[in-house]
Write a protein that binds this ligand. Structure first.
Ligand code: IPD
Length: 273
């Protein structure tokens, strides 16, 4: 068994175990803390899941590094992605949904080595949607291969987007202006309230595009690989290469469609991760 196979099997078991915590707690009363701004929330479950994943992985792979949403918030330090094997973790993506007991919530975890995604997992334990991908091996939902939609036309596209957790007026104005620009040009827009699940909708062909300004590395590190392994593309919303630390993402079924969306978007550049 290769080292990557071992990493994959270890993380699958830990993610299943973490899913149990989310399932058990989603309908219970939560202790909610506020992080950076008004609607950036964290619960005890976010912290427990992140700890479970980091402790479990560290026990097997002590030399591996981590970029975890809650550890980063607690230490208040800038994150750095190096060439070392690094697990990028969002323990509960869609925390707002989790707080409201809305079942679109998931664990997102990815292993990046040499700044390249090797493993990506997004697991919604409430709706039992287990998305997995490994570099060069395809993308899967509950063990069955998934594929993007192949859509290339803007006027037929279903586009995922989020208002996000930041209430900076400039960012909100651009986000809403983009929806106003796009709406007459496309089929429609949707938001699941989880960046990782939005990306998985593109991967499984349920939506054609997802873009967002203001996401963090942990929201998109797994989704990026899952979309690309499902045959889609992941780029910067201005049309260039995807940069995981840029806090900007645009993924789509096809490159022509991604570029058509990039062309009409008003750009927003948040402070980098
Ligand atoms: C958030 C969700 C939300 C997206 C935000 C993310 P969190 O992650 O993915 O849908 O709009 O940009 O920060 O806080 O639930 O892990």
């Amino acid at each position: 068994m290769s080292n990557l196979d071992e990493c994959y099997e270890t993380v699958i078991e830990l993610v299943k175990e973490s899913g149990q915590l989310i399932r058990e707690n989603i309908c219970k009363q939560k202790n909610i803390l506020i992080k950076s701004c008004d609607v950036d929330l964290v619960t005890e479950t976010d912290r427990q899941v992140e700890k479970l994943l980091i402790d479990g992985i560290s026990a097997k792979f002590p030399e591996h590094k981590f970029i975890g949403e809650e550890t980063t918030a607690e230490t208040n330090k800038k994150v750095t992605l190096t060439d070392d094997p690094t697990w990028i973790i969002d323990p509960v993506d869609g925390t707002m949904n989790f707080v409201h007991s809305l079942p679109h919530t998931c664990i997102s975890i990815a292993l990046w080595i040499d700044k390249i995604a090797e493993i990506g997992i997004v697991y919604n334990p409430v709706l039992e949607q287990f998305f997995t991908a490994r570099k060069g091996k395809g993308a899967f939902l509950n063990g069955k291969p998934i594929h993007v939609s192949q859509e290339t036309e803007l006027q037929k596209a279903l586009i995922m987007n989020e208002l996000g957790t930041c209430r900076d007026p400039e960012k909100l104005r651009i986000t809403i202006d983009n929806l106003t620009t796009l709406t007459p040009l496309i089929h429609g827009t949707r938001s699941l309230g989880s960046a990782a699940l939005n990306m998985c909708m593109v991967a499984m062909g349920g939506a054609d595009v997802n873009y967002e300004f203001g996401i963090h590395a942990w929201d998109v590190a797994a989704g990026d690989l899952i979309v690309r392994e499902a045959g889609g593309v992941c780029i910067d919303p201005a049309g260039g290469n995807f940069d995981i630390m840029s806090r900007r993402v645009l993924c789509a079924s096809t490159m022509p469609l991604a570029q058509k969306v990039a062309k009409v978007l008003t750009q927003y550049y948040p402070e980098r991760d």
